[in-house]
Each structure stands twice: as structure tokens, then as C-alpha cells.
Design a protein around this ligand. Sequence first.
Ligand SMILES: *Cc1c(COP(=O)(O)O)cnc(C)c1O
Length: 389
Amino acid sequence: MTTSAHVPDPARAGASAWVGIDLDAIRDNVAELVRRAGPAEVMAVVKADGYGHGLEPSARAALAGGATWLGVAQLAEALQLRAAGITAPVLTWLFPPGADVAGAIDADVEVTVGSPWTLDAVVAAARGRGRAARVQVKVDTGLGRGGILTDWSEMVHEIARAEAEDAVQVTGVWSHLAWADAPRHPTVRAQQERFVEACDELERAGVRPPMRHLANSAATLTNPTAHFDLVRPGLAVYGLSPVPDLGAPADFGLREAMRVTARLSLVKRARAGQGVSYGHEHVTDRDTVLGLVPMGYADGIPRAAGGRGPVLVGGERSTIAGRVCMDQFVVDLGPAYAGAAGDEVVILGRGADGEPTAQEWADASGTINYEIVTRMAPRLPRVLVGGNG
Ligand SMILES: *Cc1c(COP(=O)(O)O)cnc(C)c1O
């Protein structure tokens, strides 16, 4: 394994904490998803800076693992991939009125038509460009979020007309599940049935997109009947389980790509009865050793994890003592701690190696593992490991 040259030694550079990204894990996770989804193709979702793992490196590692598509929420994210020189097919599904759709067409980014106004915007942009815009149509089959809901039948005709006029070329139709993480929930089957109906209706109007897709990570891993022509996993690409009640990453052949570490910036003795951190919510119950971890809520440590968040220091599990501050928190390391400032603190990493996991942080702070990894702050340097560079 090689460490990228981006931040050769984050501690020397003055960083207090950093985020290690194992690009080989991303590549291998995608290869596993490709294996499970086949013959469906894999669109790796790299929105939100690759779920906190870095947009461009995650995209390249996912393509190396066999993804044939990249998916992003925002149009700006799609253009960032193009600016980085990535030429793989890219789909975007979120942009506001007034967005530069013509720029997307020029950059060969496929945009999602999920409402009457997005169709109008795409048609107008395509006319100005003199070439058909490649679009994918999004039907709301029951999530009640993005996509065409009650006016699907009218929109089918508008879409067919736009295609007949060569303003658009419909390359896909897609939808998103509300309860993918509960594969037996009745809405899952209902949404799949509605999706098939919606595709049939398009086909009767003469629109036959080659790609139909519905599955996120949870459906990719647990529900092959939802795979259709392509799957759209995000979380699983980064080695996290979208269904923690059904299995840990290793149970699905995945491994965590993110490892967040810091170095203790202070180790000191404290007497019994010492209040710790703002509001003294923790009070030492014996003479002990306190360690100061230079990460806080501004770095992505949830404030809600005060008193509960897990860390690994010197090979031993410990818990945040008292409140999480903006830039730091404290751990009560116990009277026998013999370490010193500079000792490694693993915030989260590989569950299989006994390190705290994003899932444990989610449980400790009342959220989901998605939020834990995506909230790791930009001020934490990303240290890339593996990959080709
Ligand atoms: C984020 C997202 C995905 C990926 O979801 P995961 O649960 O992370 O696999 C897929 N499709 C859409 C539309 C999304 O917004």
C-alpha cells in the first residue's frame, strides 16, 4: 500500500486529526457489488464528496472496481467530475430553476427530468444547443420525495413529444425506495409494481429507455428483484452496511474505507471529583488520567455523542467524558494509563479489527452511519491509501 502525496504527514503539517481513505477498499467493495448485481450494471453514487471520502478519488476507485456509471445529487458535483477529467457516464438528479443545464449538456452529463419544469428547462437548453439532451426520467413510485407523482400520465406524453422532436433522448427511467432497508416492508413490493407500470406506460407512448433503475445499497444487497438494469449503491461503496440490523459490512463482503484518527494533544493526571469539560457533565470518580482529543463538533464529532462516543486509545476502548466542544473532547483513560501526548486515537475505522465503527457512533448519537461519514469536516485532511496514486 502506498500513501498518496497529498498530505504525507498530516501531524507534521500541523493537523490534529485526519481521515484515512482506503481506495483499495472502495475498489473491492464496488467489485463485490458488481458481482452481486450482475447482469445489472453498477452506478456508484459519489455525491456529498463521495460520502465524505473525496469525490474524485472515490469516483476513480469505483470505476476501477467495475462501476460503469457515477451518480451525484447536484449538477455542480457532476461538473466537478468532468473538470477532474473523468469521462465515465454521470447522472445528476438535483438542480434548481436557473441552473446551467446547457453546461451540463455540453459536458455530457445526464440530467434527471423529475417535474414539468425540469423537462421545460432541458428542452429549452437543448434547443439552444442544437442537440438532444440525454435525460433520465424520474418517477415517484411512492417515496413522496423527488420525481413525477400524480401527473405521470400527462408527463409521459410531454416526454414522448420532446423525444420525437429530438430535443431529448431518454436514456433511463428510475425511481427510489422509501423502505429499502426493510426489504419485506409492503411498500417495497408496491413501489416495484408501480415502477414496472410506469415503465410500461412510457413504452406504450413510444419511449423505450435502455436503463431502468430503482435499487440503492440496501436493495442491491438484499433484494435482487429490484435490480432491473442498473443499481445505484452509495453507502455500500464505502464499506458500510445500509441494513445494520441484518448484517455488518463483513457479512456482505464489504470493508470500511474510512479510518479517522487523531493524536492525543495532552495527557494529565486529575484527582477524584474533577469536573470535565463544559458544564461538568462528567466528574471523575477516582484519581485518573485524562486525555485530550483534538477533535470536536466542528470536525464532525456529533455533539450528541457527549458521554457516549467510542474511541480506541492505546488498544483500549474508551468513551467521551462529558461534552463535545467545538475543537476538542476529553477521554477518561483510567488511573493506569501510561501513554503520553501523541498517542494515536482511533475515532472510527474497521469494525473487523476491533476499532469503533461509524455504526457505533450513529448509535451513540441517535443518527445513521451515513450522517457520521458525510459530516467529517473539510478541515480534516484526507490521506489517501492504496489506489494508483
Ligand atoms: C443517495 C442516493 C442513492 C444511494 O443511496 P445509498 O442508500 O447510499 O445506497 C441512490 N439513489 C438516490 C436517488 C440517492 O439520492
